[in-house]
Design a protein around this ligand. Structure first.
Ligand code: ATP
Length: 620
């Protein structure tokens, strides 16, 4: 596959968390503003400090001008030496005091504005995490986890900065430019307008630059997201990559994604550099004009040196804030985009949730019943994965499901804890439709040992006790004994405190499976499902685990999915599934007697494969 194709594949491989439509821009910003206003004390301090700091900052050019005029008067009056220095003490001290106070207030403004932003980010982070915990599996099937991580970092930052770089800055710039313009124009309208001539140009260029950068920044974010996904998959699949000697291919894929990001960074420099130079030039041009006209007025006696100094100081003071207009426009645009993506996630409909009249599940007999159940994955067209599935299992009974890969076995058991909702028929537990009981009580009543033995990066003990963190040591040991893991754990230098690597990488496949079995045996569910959970365990160990499972199964409905028929022939009822339909059912003996698909599979598993025979013949 070409690297272009690779880029395209990774970019299209998943949907994104969609932003709200453009028309909702204002409501997005209002929603973020409301979130900020939930911290009224900090908001009031930040805004108050901004107003007073801006007033004090506007005083500085005037104090400078007065100091210059006083010096000039002193020189003209023939005052020299200590007397001249003393005349300057008052304006100098005043200037110092005003500057220091302004500095303190700017500190307070930044402190409180940042505090509000961080608080909002904290609340949003928790809300997003909480939402992700509750969103249906169909959402996670659609959206790549890398995109969700980007959302939780880059987008959250865009919203965090909104108060300090957008709202507070609007107030600060309005005050500074307003006071500055009023002071200069009221002192000398012509000189004032010349001094302010750079403001519209710089504000316009700065905004255009920032909006152009913003567009490329969004693109960059998308490209970085692709880069992150490539890296994440590479790390998660490190064994596959090494086993297939695919380092060069992976390197090329990563290089392609990195170059995409680099190209965009160059485009950003191309936008930024010429515009920054144009803005600086326009400022100095305006300053040159002010000096020229101002000096002419000075010579004509229409202006004092101090007033000219005040104008120049005002211009210098205004230069930075005016340039920041672009940043402010950008902050609004960024908050809007990031906010609408975040709210896009927060406003996602949780399709699998408690019905309004949902009641806690009441387990009496512990009977599980599938009644004419049909199912199609949401967003995967109308392809029926399960068709008219019906069966019943009572407490103490074991149901086994067998069938070819992809026939729908896992899908069937994933419907019981409502990972997905049935599209037809009903599933009941003790006569209660599972859609009519609360999710928390339903899921507490069902335990699934998943096909994919996922472990957390923590100790073996914590992994086993995941469903019951306060469990006593003896219970944890009993569960691991049942899963035939206890002796192995005791042999480890740190025993139960041994840290399993990322996703349990330091354990073998069979050990991971046994650990997940032990984890499930810590629970007291009414229905327990073993989804191909002994496939990586040798037959002798599996035999011992099966004994433990049999004891565990006494008080509950047990469902076993397995490819190896020896793992399920003791079941009370075996369902043979083909293309989402139960095509045969009965006990092991009954199914053998039927001489159908099950019998054929049984014969195949009993007969050593031809390929094995060939390998043995070739052995020395
Ligand atoms: N999240 C999903 N979205 C869309 N289709 C899916 C999803 N999960 C599984 N499928 C499809 O549903 C069908 C049944 O999958 P399922 O995992 O239930 O099969 P299975 O019998 O358990 O297979 P195996 O024995 O390999 O585990 C397959 O065709 C599969 O591609």
């Amino acid at each position: 596959m070409s690297s272009d194709a690779v880029g395209a594949t990774s970019r299209n491989s998943s949907a994104h968390v969609e932003a709200a439509p453009l028309g909702r821009g204002l409501s997005t910003l209002l929603r973020i503003t409301r979130m900020n206003l939930r911290h009224p004390r900090q908001v009031a301090f930040a805004l108050g400090a901004t107003v007073v700091a801006a007033i004090l900052q506007s005083l500085i050019p005037q104090l400078l001008g007065q100091a210059v005029d006083q010096t000039q008067i002193a020189i003209a009056g023939g005052v020299t030496g200590t007397a001249a220095a003393q005349a300057l003490w008052t304006p100098a001290l005043l200037l110092l005091a005003v500057s220091a106070l302004r500095g303190l207030l700017t500190m307070a403004q930044n402190y409180f504005a940042e505090a509000v932003g961080h608080q909002v980010a904290y609340e949003l982070r928790l809300a997003c995490y909480d939402k992700i915990q509750r969103l249906s599996f169909s959402f996670h099937d659609r959206v790549h986890s890398g995109d969700l991580i980007t959302l939780g970092m880059l987008d959250l930052d865009g919203v965090r900065m909104y108060f300090s770089t957008a709202l507070v800055r609007v107030l600060q710039l309005t005050m500074l430019i307003g006071i500055g313009a009023y002071m200069m124009i009221s002192t000398d309208p012509v000189l004032g307008l010349v001094a302010l001539s750079f403001v519209p140009f710089v504000a316009w260029r700065s905004s255009v630059t920032q909006l152009k950068l913003r567009a490329t920044w969004l693109d960059l974010q998308e490209r970085l997201s692709v880069l992150g996904r490539v890296m994440e998959e590479n790390l998660a699949g490190v064994r596959v990559v090494r086993a297939f000697s695919a380092q060069d291919y992976e390197m090329a894929k990563f290089d392609r994604a990195s170059k995409n990001a680099l190209d965009l960074a160059h485009e950003q420099v191309d936008v930024y550099v010429p515009n920054t130079s144009a803005m600086t030039l326009s400022f100095f041009f305006a300053m040159g004009l002010v000096l020229w006209i101002g000096c002419a007025k000075l010579i004509a006696g229409q202006l004092s040196v101090g007033t000219l100094a005040t104008f120049l100081a005002f211009m210098t003071m205004l230069q930075m804030p005016v340039r920041q207009i672009g940043l402010m426009v950008n902050a609004f645009a960024r908050a809007y985009t990031c906010g609408s993506r975040l709210f896009g996630l927060l406003d996602q409909d949780v399709t699998i949730r408690d019905a309004p009249e949902a009641r806690p599940l009441e387990i009496t007999g512990g009977a599980l019943r599938f009644d004419n159940v049909s199912f199609a994955y949401p967003g995967a067209g109308n392809r029926a994965i399960l068709k008219n599935i019906s069966f019943e299992a009572r407490r103490g009974e074991t149901i086994a499901i067998v069938g070819a890969p992809g026939s729908g076995k896992s899908t069937m058991v994933h419907l019981i804890p409502r990972f997905y909702d049935v599209t037809g028929g009903t599933i009941t537990l003790d006569g209660q439709d599972i859609r009519g009981v609360t999710l928390a009580t339903l899921r507490k009543a069902i335990a699934i040992v998943q096909q994919d033995a996922f472990l957390f990066t923590t100790t073996i003990e914590n992994n086993i006790a995941y469903g019951d963190p306060w469990a006593k040591e003896q219970r944890i040991e009993r569960a691991s004994e049942s899963a035939q893991l206890h002796n192995y754990i005791l042999g480890l230098p740190a025993g139960y405190d041994t840290l399993v690597g990322e996703r349990g990488a330091s354990l073998s496949g069979g050990q991971r499976q046994r650990l997940t079995i032990a984890r499930t045996m810590m629970l007291r569910p009414s229905v327990v499902v073993f989804d191909d959970s002994t496939a990586a365990i040798d037959a002798a160990t599996e035999q011992r685990i099966r004994e433990a499972i049999r004891r565990f199964a006494k008080d509950r409905v047990t469902i076993i999915i397995a490819q190896r028929l020896s793992s399920l022939k003791h079941a009370d009822c075996i369902l043979f599934v083909e293309n989402g339909e139960i095509v045969e059912r009965g006990t092991h003996q009954e199914l053998l007697a039927k001489r159908g698909r099950y019998k054929a599979l049984n014969d195949l598993q009993l007969r050593p494969g031809d390929d094995i025979a060939i390998a043995c013949r070739g052995a020395p």
